[in-house]
Design a binder for this molecule. Structure first.
Ligand SMILES: NC(=O)c1ccc[n+]([C@@H]2O[C@H](COP(=O)([O-])OP(=O)(O)OC[C@H]3O[C@@H](n4cnc5c(N)ncnc54)[C@H](O)[C@@H]3O)[C@@H](O)[C@H]2O)c1
Length: 258
């Protein structure tokens, strides 16, 4: 363990599994104090207790990011447990994939409630405290869906495009108050979400093999590889990085063809 994140008190959303959990472990390994939230309270508690047993300073709560009042309460609880938050990683997100004309209004609403409004609920709850402390950092986990489109994934890419827009907008709005707001854009990552995506095809293994073949290196990212970038972006090692994004996709999005 080194201490690249010493003094950071970070709220991480969607921390019970996948990329969020990998980010939590990586940030803990760099000396941060954490407050972890997830809708899946049981899984979160199990993972958080394991980290605590390793000596990590953390608090945690079952919370739904779409519930603005619950998120305000989480920020107060975090201040009591680990001290006033000075960083936020908006990681929780869900796939809502449809053919546009087959999509229901409920699917549209759910997609934007979680992937955009949920992230805003957390920014709104955390930002006043960050500003009061003279600055801090917010990292939004977007996606390469924030720039490019895969057919039949509507409206998920719209929400990720908007999350990138929110990143730029808040980054500009609060730059003068010492707040950096950036986005991390992973391509395919080996998590439950990717397994569910492959399982949506009749031949799961063929779908997985096709995804691997798309990549110039013949594989997709691990959650840990995304977490390494998140540590850098939330740390003080990039103090002038603001209102921008970093793509971590093994080169897929710049590949013309192979
Ligand atoms: N896996 C990928 O290939 C990939 C690629 C690019 C971007 N992303 C993005 O990375 C983030 C994490 O993805 P993942 O693959 O780790 O997902 P995952 O499904 O493995 O984990 C997401 C976690 O978020 C929690 N969550 C979902 N909705 C929530 C809500 N309303 N309130 C609180 N918690 C909630 C879930 O319970 C779960 O623990 C998402 O924003 C996703 O869009 C993932």
């Amino acid at each position: 363990m080194t201490n690249r994140l010493a003094g950071k008190r970070i709220l991480i959303t969607g921390a019970a599994q996948g990329i969020g959990l990998a980010i939590a472990k990586a940030c803990a390994g760099e000396g941060a104090s954490l407050f972890l939230i997830d809708m899946d309270g049981a899984r979160l508690a199990a993972e958080a207790e394991m980290l605590r047993a390793q000596g990590v300073s953390l608090g945690f709560a079952r919370a739904d990011i779409t519930d603005a009042a619950a998120i305000e309460a989480v920020v107060s609880q975090a201040a009591a447990d680990i001290g006033a938050l000075n960083a936020l990683i908006n990681n929780a997100g869900i796939n809502v994939f449809s053919e546009p004309l087959a999509m229901t209004d409920a699917e549209w609403q759910r997609c934007f409630d979680v992937n955009l409004k949920g992230a805003w609920n957390c920014c709104r709850a955390v930002l006043p405290g960050i500003i009061e402390q003279g600055g801090g950092a917010i990292l939004n986990i977007a996606s390469t869906h924030a720039f490019t489109i895969i057919p039949h994934t509507f409206p998920y890419p719209l929400a990720k495009h908007a999350l990138l827009g929110m990143t730029k907008s808040l980054g500009i709005e609060y730059a003068g108050r010492g707040v950096r707001v950036n986005a991390l854009a992973p391509g395919y990552v080996a998590t439950q979400k990717s397994i569910e995506y492959w399982n949506s095809f009749p031949d799961h293994e063929a779908a997985k093999a096709a995804t691997m073949k798309l990549h110039p290196g013949g594989r997709i990212a691990t959650a840990q590889e995304i977490a390494l970038a998140a540590v850098f972006m939330i740390s003080d090692e990039c103090p002038f990085m603001n209102a921008t994004s970093l793509t971590i996709d093994g080169g897929l999005s710049v590949l013309q063809h192979q």
